[in-house]
Design a protein around this ligand. Structure first.
Ligand code: MG
Ligand code: ZN
Length: 378
């Protein structure tokens, strides 16, 4: 009998809890809604400018190796809002740079090799094209050729990433304000005999290349600006290439007062990926540190400006890169599981107004959605 009574008491208590939890459990104290008056000093919710920085092939191990080799620090550490994206392509768990960059640029998953096209090979408007349409200034900077998959996916629409001459011709279909990268030969020594550098000049661009003047010597004259850093692929940092941090600063200085609507700029550290393909740890590390030096330049501006959202991410990891036992900060013992890309989740770092939206785990296509929303576009 005692047992039964005890069981009944428990039953009643449990029932109360489940049926009427608001009264049995201690309710939270009533809260008065706090009205926050927006103050002019507060960081605006929406950025005027977005700078998207892509370290091609830059997984967490590439970042770690760069950090250890750079006195245990990187400019990347200044970012407080960090997330992860799912990098797979429409037709393959292992993405390539074209499909991945098209996801960032257009907000869709597509097939490996696609440049600004969906899985049905239909062109999709890119964030850069939207920015142009909305009156923003735009720019692309890369340490590969400027017609390579990553920058190409923001400005061109082609079925196959290797259609470099067709991609170069697509630059003439836009009003991109500035571009800096390699691949001069795809503009001025073409199968169709067009000289796109001349056509750019006729369109009102200031055009120059490594053959004319070092980028550091050049003063943009106010026209749209095109600079070709190499005939084909630019050199690795380890062989003397040093333009990315300077090009990043130059691009920002050029774009910042160009439109009252703001600007969109994509900056790519292209060759971290190539170090991964070559299974060459030193190649990865030197490219990673160069990219981080460019991040430092960008942050310097964003900190002062206060109206610029900076996003740093990668398209995918390359090499299945690992740092192994026996490693010391200045002498890493490394290994690779692949000479191609892997399917790791990829870190995203955001700084500035709207950065909170980049926390969490999401599809790579959400990078487009979040940038689009951050600009306040519908
Ligand atoms: Mg790339
Ligand atoms: Zn690659």
């Amino acid at each position: 009998m005692k047992k039964l009574l005890f069981a009944c008491t428990i039953f009643v208590l449990v029932s109360c809890k489940t049926l009427n939890s608001g009264t049995t459990l201690t309710p939270p104290p009533p809260t008065t809604p706090v009205v926050v008056e927006p103050s002019p000093q507060e960081t605006p919710l929406r950025p005027k400018n977005i700078i998207l920085m892509i370290g091609d092939g830059m997984g967490l191990t590439q970042i770690s190796a760069g950090l250890y080799s750079n006195g245990m620090k990187l400019a990347l550490e200044k970012f407080k809002h960090i997330g992860l994206h799912k990098c797979y392509a429409d037709n393959d768990l292992i993405t390539d740079s074209a499909a991945a960059a098209t996801s960032f640029a257009c907000g869709i998953k597509t097939y490996n090799g696609a440049i600004g096209l969906d899985a049905q090979e239909k062109p999709v408007k890119t964030i850069l094209e939207y920015a142009e349409m909305k009156g923003l200034a735009t720019g692309l900077v890369a340490t590969s050729t400027i017609v390579h998959a990553t920058p190409a996916s923001f400005i061109a629409h082609q079925k196959v990433r290797s259609m470099y001459e067709e991609i170069a011709a697509d630059f003439l279909n836009t009003e991109v304000d500035l571009f800096i990268g390699g691949g001069k030969k795809y503009f001025d020594r073409r199968v169709d005999k067009r000289n796109l550098l001349k056509e750019l000049e006729e369109k009102g661009y200031q055009v120059a290349s490594f053959l004319d003047e070092d980028l550091k010597e050049i003063q943009p004259n106010g026209k749209n600006f095109a600079y070709l850093t190499a005939d084909s692929d630019p050199l690795p940092v380890a062989q003397g290439r040093d333009y990315l941090p300077h090009a990043s600063k130059l691009s920002i200085d050029f774009l910042k007062d160009r439109s009252k609507e703001g600007f969109f700029l994509m900056i790519e550290g292209s060759q971290i990926d190539w170090g991964g393909h070559a299974n060459d740890a030193n190649y990865i590390i030197t490219e990673m540190i160069d990219f981080d030096n460019s991040i430092a330049e960008v942050l310097k501006f964003a900190e002062e400006d206060g109206e610029t959202l900076v996003i740093v991410t990668a398209d995918h990891e390359t090499g299945g890169f690992a740092i192994q036992k026996g490693s010391k900060p200045d002498s890493l013992v490394t290994a690779f599981t692949s000479d191609y890309h892997t399917a790791d989740l990829i870190p995203v770092f955001a700084y500035g107004p709207g950065a909170e939206a980049f926390m969490g785990i999401y599809e790579n296509t959400a990078i487009f959605d979040k940038m689009f929303a951050a600009f306040g576009w519908k």
